[in-house]
Design a protein around this ligand. Sequence first.
Ligand code: SF4
Length: 333
Amino acid sequence: MKIIKPSYYDQFRCIAGACPDSCCQEWDVQVDEKAAMGYLSLPGALGDQLRQKLKQDEDGYFLEITDRRCPMWRQDGLCQIQAELGEEGLCHVCREFPRLRHDYGDFVELGLELSCPEAARLIFTAPWEPVVMEDSGDDAQAEYDPVDMEILLRTRAQALDILDQHPLNEAMVLLLLYGYRAQDELDGGEATPWNPAEELTFAKEVAGDWDWNTLVALYEGLDILTPRWTGRLHSPAPAFPPVLSRMIRCGIERYWLQAISDLDLVCRIKAILAGALLVGHLGNDPITTAQLYSKEIDNSIDNIEALLDAAYTHPALTDRHLLGLIQSIVPTT
Ligand code: SF4
């Protein structure tokens, strides 16, 4: 089995008490069955504490946040469970976060969650190098349609080239239009010649009126986790530095191949571009704004599904509106 990961993946180290946000606040922690059984049978004071804090609903066990913090998170920024039981005592979510794993059977893609501040720092600042590939020697079977996956892998590589070869606003226009080419191939069409200059001219002709408030309203209508995010949404300070392309790259690497599940690529591309547009529009420090965005959106299945649905229904995400927004961007350095 082939394992593919970004070059910075192994550099990640949790900065725990020095973390400016923390994955131990604002989220209920989903606890897997195995860890929950261990916690419920644990002797001593820690076991008593866990039996009191561990809750269960129709989705399984979880540690319910108290005062916006995980109840096991100590004032010194360390986890009570890890302090007493070591890392192996953590539940699966806490042990793995912010590591991402997408398993396609005969290959696995690893990544880091943009919603973790330290991972976000690496995603935005680590030198950009080709992905690292390893072979685990395991002969696992593909769990996808090979024709569809070939299209997705090839078009994703082309999309990343587009991102590398064009300034931010041009790249965003081209990615949206290229997304339709890739979608057409997934739908059974033939690959057609790609001429970026012609596409940019076409985009100028079809771009429509735009309104940044329409885009903000889309995100205001989703589930909101943190007051900091509400604050950002209400105080935009637009800034579109080239480094925002790192966020788009991260989105392409994470979501492009997921279209193998339903063969709907365009809605994912729109969601990736809309996220980068929003982060640029809200501005401030792009790394922090992108991290807050990801905590609200990437880590919420409900919000991701709502965004993918909105790609075909919300006025902010029509092609004309997105192209209008992109072409109104004034790039910053
Ligand atoms: S958000 Fe990231 S850096 Fe912060 S505590 Fe969690 S894993 Fe560590």
